[in-house]
Design a protein around this ligand. Structure first.
Ligand code: IMP
Length: 505
């Protein structure tokens, strides 16, 4: 397609979305499952309709992929995806901030966007990462494995310890990065003195006793980006409240997803942040009355990295995690990859494929590996119980259903409609069993007819095969939401917008 044609497609898509969302001052975008649902693309798509895009939670553990209007790929970790759309961005107080990775991220963005990097405001009271948080994290993980044989398998960005040190109220804040050096060192001393014994024990276990950095060294590391931050660290809560009072429109960007939320997710196999829409007001330090509507991004088939229960999982987590590393040739466009996909699809359709084949087929087809860590993601069958729960928790009226194109060519689509609990009963709709129970829970599966047509890049609902339209309707009936957006590929214009009846009049 010509570039001008792509632009006009995107313009008309945006016009429809603008009409549907016209009455909303704010929209919060959150993930329904275990992350990697494609929030980045949806946020970049919607960003032009808002004045600000604000990230309210998470840390550098997130990896949000978005494309600029002219197709340049940007993976952001802390900067909101409004970046790709050139919108003013805010890093809210709920995000735990890593200045070293931020400087790298900013440099990469500048290399891609040149002079059009938008203004990025950073709240002055974000908790700040130090190398000690990461060492403490491996200590805690080591103890966990010793005790239970299972780690959380985190992203190793020190997220849990940052939240814990913040709760102890001895953390360093972003304002300390732009203040006097000596004051920063004093604050760092407070963390260091409290953690020293644990840090030494962890480094000894790694035979690296000399690796422990003292406060003055850590201050040096953190202050390396202070020039960059000096311009942009402000009281972003105050800015957001004033702008909202004057009628500015905000798009709130969650990180991770509902099932990784500290309280709503599968604790302890979760991240340490607020990943549901409820976190938007708290993390941006604004009144909850401004959280108008929630768009929940749900990947048609869920994926998970790290440990924890995943009832609809097709196959084995640890093999899936290593798979992209062990089979690099399948994760780059090539003839070997095309042949693998064609051969495996054939076996799936004549029912001679194993669960391993099905999982690997989807993993390869969709390049399922983490944007932050490179770990392979394990794939699950479409999972209605999790989706119904996520809709209830977030109170979302709209869904963005991504990756529907991945089902193209499958004769049949198994879909998990219920969870059978260990006592033989069916989990009540909209609820979620506790983690220990979920490990013992079985999926109740129904098989839906698939469609042979490749719907990759499809942009009109009427061009979808009837079976694909039936799937969308089923999701709507089961969740009581409206599927506003259907993703049919990673490209910006691979999208179908479905305005609710009457919303354009
Ligand atoms: P942490 O956030 O590094 O503490 O990791 C806790 C759990 O959340 C681990 O299972 C991670 O794999 C998972 N996790 C954290 N961030 C993401 C994400 O952006 N996508 C998917 N999984 C994530």
């Amino acid at each position: 397609m010509e570039e001008s044609e792509v632009m006009s497609t995107m313009e008309s898509t945006l016009l429809v979305l603008a009409a549907v969302l016209k009455d909303l001052q704010t929209l919060t975008v959150a993930g329904a499952q275990w992350g990697d649902e494609g929030k980045g693309k949806i946020i970049a798509l919607l960003a032009p309709l808002f004045d600000f895009v604000e990230r309210f939670s998470g840390a550098s553990n997130a990896g949000h992929t978005a494309y600029t209007p002219d197709g340049k790929k940007i993976v952001s970790h802390q900067i909101p995806c409004g970046l790709a759309a050139g919108k003013t961005c805010i890093i809210g107080r709920g995000l735990m901030f890593d200045p070293v990775r931020y400087a790298d991220e900013y440099r990469e963005a500048s290399a891609i966007l040149g002079d059009s990097v938008p203004q990025i405001w950073i709240d002055n009271q974000c908790t700040v990462w130090t190398p000690w948080h990461t060492i403490l994290e491996s200590w805690i993980e080591r103890q966990r494995v010793k005790r239970s044989g299972k780690s959380i398998n985190t992203t190793k960005r020190g997220v849990g310890p940052m939240a814990a040190i913040r709760d102890f109220r001895i953390d360093v804040k972003t304002w300390d990065l732009i203040g006097p050096r000596q004051k920063l060192i004093e604050k760092l001393d407070g963390i260091y003195e409290n953690l020293k014994l644990l840090l030494e024990a962890e480094l000894e276990a790694r035979d690296c006793e000399d690796c422990l950095q003292v406060p003055a060294e850590v201050a040096e590391l953190l202050l390396a980006s202070s020039d960059l931050l000096a311009r942009d660290v402000i009281d972003a809560g105050d800015l957001s409240r004033k702008e909202l009072m004057q009628g500015s429109r905000f798009l709130f960007e969650a990180a991770q997803a509902t099932m990784l939320d500290l309280l709503a997710g599968t604790n302890p196999f979760v991240s340490a942040g607020m990943s549901t829409a409820a976190g938007a007001a708290y993390g941006a330090v604004i009144p909850p009355k401004y959280i108008n509507e929630v768009l929940l991004v749900a990947k048609f088939y869920p994926t998970r990295v790290g440990e924890g229960p995943f009832v609809s999982e097709i196959w084995d987590r640890s093999t899936a995690e290593r798979f992209p590393e062990d089979h690099k040739e399948l994760f780059v466009p090539s003839r070997v990859r095309d042949e693998f996909l064609a051969r495996t699809l054939y076996r799936i359709n004549n029912e001679s494929a194993s669960p391993a084949d099905i999982s690997q087929y989807l993993q390869v087809l969709q390049y399922e590996r983490g944007a932050s860590t490179g770990r392979g993601r394990s794939v699950g069958y479409p999972d209605l119980p999790t989706l119904r729960y996520a809709v209830e928790v977030n109170g979302s009226r709209y869904l963005a259903l991504t990756c529907l194109d991945a089902m193209s060519g499958l004769d049949q689509i198994p879909i998990v409609v219920d969870y059978e609990l260990p006592n033989g009963s069916i989990m009540p709709r909209g609820s979620m069993a506790v983690t220990d129970v979920l490990f013992e829970t079985k999926p109740v599966t129904r098989v839906l007819p698939g469609w042979p047509k490749d719907i990759h890049g499809c942009r009109r609902e009427k061009d979808l095969p009837p079976a694909a339209r039936d799937v969308i309707r089923l999701i709507e009936q089961e969740t009581g939401t409206h599927v506003l957006i259907v993703g049919t590929g990673p490209e910006n214009d691979a999208i179908i917008v479905r305005p609710p009846k009457g919303s354009l009049s």
